[in-house]
Design a protein around this ligand. Structure first.
Ligand code: TI1
Ligand code: ZN
Length: 302
């Protein structure tokens, strides 16, 4: 039976109303958004790490508590798809209309979200460190940007290239959710005003913002693959230094060009500076190239 594109709605993690693109086969409605070249599909892992079933309902109202994580993941995946298509002309993470898959209720009280090369996965959080991680669009933008990076620069997820990989995911998280905090909407639901990371003041959440404080950690899981979530504070601060001086729209074109055109898998922080300076020069000339150069000099990357 073919599925007919239709619309419905649901309540997100905060109980908020969200319109949704979905599909119906006459019996059920499914979180399959067929309004783009590829589909956006949302699955439920039912708190396992292996059993993923399409999120469906017998009507077009996805309003039960267990559907909230899927409503947000589905809605925000569409929002981030639109960001890349409308701002950068990129059709999905591969540039060729790949289907986008999200899986919610992954694991048990899982305090993380990730891209595994095939799909985005969101934990429910334990209710203390995180609430459901699909509840914040900067998380979805962070994870989908890992997919873009995989198909472009291919930055290796360890040491400096890995910290750049993490930073570019935070940077496009900023462009989708324009504030310098990461995860503020889902981090420590019992505490207001805090976040997982700050791009304007990385030290606030124990990240370095200068090369002098780069943390040489072992390239192991326990060492955060050489500190990719710690040392990302340095390129994140360089981004803050850039986007607070030049036009935001210039910065996002410069970062997209560097990621998709110049950066390579083993790029160092110094290579990233060169790629961004060159991208600024290509697109806007030497004044903006100098802004980028100064932004990285300020964090000790010369
Ligand atoms: C498999 C485990 C490692 C995967 C790490 C993923 S890519 C990741 O970086 N997840 C983000 C989630 C996020 C994104 C934006 C805002 C808040 C939270 C992340 O930063 N995870 C932290 C908790 C970490 O893994 O240290
Ligand atoms: Zn990440």
């Amino acid at each position: 039976i073919e599925k007919i594109a239709t619309t419905g709605y649901g309540y997100g993690n905060k109980g908020d109303y969200k319109p949704l693109n979905m599909a119906s086969d006459g019996r059920q409605y499914a979180l399959i958004d067929q309004t783009h070249n590829g589909n956006i599909e949302t699955y439920d892992a039912r708190n396992t790490d292996y059993n993923f079933s399409l999120m469906t309902d017998y009507d077009r109202a996805f309003t039960s508590p267990g559907q909230r994580a899927g409503v947000d993941a589905h809605y925000y995946a569409d929002q981030v798809y639109d960001y890349y298509k409308n701002v950068h002309g990129r059709d999905s993470y591969d540039g060729r209309g790949a289907d986008i898959y999200s899986v919610v209720h992954y694991g048990y009280n899982y305090n993380n979200a990730f891209w595994n090369g095939e799909a985005m996965f969101y934990g429910d959080g334990d209710g203390r460190t995180f609430s459901s991680l699909s509840g914040a669009n900067d998380v979805i933008a962070h994870e989908l940007t890992h997919a873009v990076t995989e198909y472009t620069a291919g930055l290796v997820y360890e040491n400096q290239p890995g910290a750049l990989n993490e930073s570019f995911s935070d940077v496009f998280g900023y462009f989708v959710d324009p504030d310098f905090l990461m995860g503020e909407d889902v981090y420590t639901p019992g505490v207001s005003g805090d976040a997982l990371r700050s791009m304007s003041n990385p030290e606030q959440y124990d990240q370095p913002s200068h090369m002098r404080d780069f943390q040489y950690l072992p390239n192991t899981e326990q060492g955060d693959n050489g500190g990719v979530h710690i040392n990302s504070g340095i390129p994140n601060k360089a981004f803050y230094n850039t986007v607070t001086v030049m036009d935001k729209s210039k910065a996002e074109k410069i970062y997209y060009r560097a990621l998709t055109y110049y950066l390579t898998p083993n790029a160092s922080f110094s290579d990233a500076k060169a790629a961004l300076v060159q991208s600024a020069q290509d697109l806007y000339g030497s004044a903006d190239a100098n802004i980028v150069a100064n932004a990285w000099n300020n964090v000790g990357v010369n």
